[in-house]
Design a binder for this molecule. Structure first.
Ligand code: NAD
Ligand code: TYD
Length: 333
């Protein structure tokens, strides 16, 4: 692969994937197509060699923009999405546009141009919640919020393009991802940056014991790359961190690492339809040679330190559009 289109490459995981490709494959040129929504940020690409990547500002819901960006690319990896569950509860229209219609445009362009590989980055949230055990790729989908339902919609269109037209679609379902450059609406960077400022941490009451499986961002990127290169078209691969933690345990760890005490915890009204536990079995991608390399204890220490050392990155964000969102989301909770 010489030229790879990364849609959503200015977001959290997409930008880490761009850095990963440029680091691992000296012959690769990356094309980034990103709308730069509130979550997209060119600062996220500051470490990516400008000579080896081309940035295009554009919307995957715009078929012509997708077709043009994909021209001459051997592969496309789609990260572009509306990604925050709480925002999907406030309003789901953008989620359907980007996560379903945008994916359809990528598939159409790939069909027309005979693109050799189409990787759709998806999420473990499409399975819904599980009390015991872990979901396998063959388990039925049961998304329970507008975000995960829209992601499942994109996946299903993708699978239909493989079966009907032979478009070489591969799907990955990653677990909750953490690391540098994550937009501070997601729980981990939100709580770390609030704790640094001595601001309350809004923990969803009733969901304190809900469980997420934490995956370090570079491990997620490596998993996507393994699926892209070694995976078979038409197949789905779970990518799991193997670090299941209750939200309260995560919160306490963040407080300890930032030198704060539990008086900062504010129990606020729970998220409607809050999925209790996500858990996936990563045996299938492990059989291709992937395993997570970052240990949780080290990953969380490094990540908290990154937010402590890079206030310039998140302070700009938290003083912009974010403030209005924060007020709307937490103001009356
Ligand atoms: P993010 O919100 O940080 O970034 C999303 C990026 O997509 C932004 O750069 C944004 O500008 C861009 N974008 C949004 N709508 C677009 C559009 N219509 N056209 C072009 N660009 C658009 O998201 P993230 O956390 O990096 O997630 C990336 C992908 O990984 C998503 O598909 C998400 O569903 C999936 N995923 C995320 C996690 C997680 O824990 N963050 C876990 C599993 C899977
Ligand atoms: P989040 O980072 O939004 O990821 P997801 O819902 O996609 O897994 O939330 C992770 C967990 O943290 C989830 O159980 C909800 C909880 N949470 C809070 O308790 N308070 C918050 O302010 C946020 C954003 C999340």
């Amino acid at each position: 692969m010489k030229r790879i289109l990364v849609t959503g490459g200015a977001g959290f995981i997409g930008s880490a994937f761009v850095r990963y490709l440029l680091r691992e494959y000296p012959e690769v040129h990356v094309v980034v197509l990103d709308k730069l929504t509130y979550a997209g940020n060119l600062d996220n690409l500051r470490e990516a060699d400008p000579a080896r990547h081309t940035f295009i500002r554009g919307d995957i819901a715009d078929a012509a923009a997708v077709r043009e960006a994909m021209h001459g690319c051997d592969a496309v990896v789609n990260f572009a999405a509306e990604t925050h569950v709480d925002r999907s509860i406030l309003g789901a229209a953008d989620f359907l546009r980007t996560n379903v219609e945008g994916v359809y445009n990528i598939l159409e362009a790939a069909k027309e141009q005979g693109t050799a590989r189409v990787l759709l980055v998806s999420t473990d949230e499409v399975y819904g919640s599980i009390e015991q055990g872990s979901f396998k790729e063959t388990d039925p989908l049961n998304p329970r919020n507008p975000y995960s339902a829209a992601k499942a919609g994109g996946e299903l269109i993708g699978r239909s393009y493989f079966t009907t037209f032979g478009v070489p679609v591969i799907i990955t379902r990653g677990s909750n991802t953490y690391g540098p450059y994550q937009y501070p609406e997601k729980v981990l960077p939100l709580f770390v940056t609030n704790a640094i400022d001595g601001e309350p941490l809004p923990l969803y009451k009733g969901g304190e014991h809900n469980v997420r499986d934490w995956l370090y961002v570079d491990d997620h990127c490596r998993g996507i790359d393994v699926a892209l290169r070694e995976g078979a078209p038409g197949e789905i691969y779970n990518i799991a961190g193997g670090n299941e933690r209750e939200n309260i345990a995560l919160t306490r760890r963040i407080l300890a690492l930032t030198g704060r005490d539990e008086s900062l915890i504010r129990l606020v009204a729970d998220r409607p339809g809050h999925d209790r536990r996500y858990s996936i079995d990563a045996g299938k991608i492990r059989a291709l040679g992937w395993k997570p390399l970052m240990d949780w204890d080290e990953g969380i220490v490094q990540t908290v330190r990154w937010y402590q050392d890079n206030e310039w990155w998140w302070r700009k964000i938290k003083s912009g559009e974010f403030r209005q969102y924060y007020e709307r989301q937490y103001g009356n909770r």
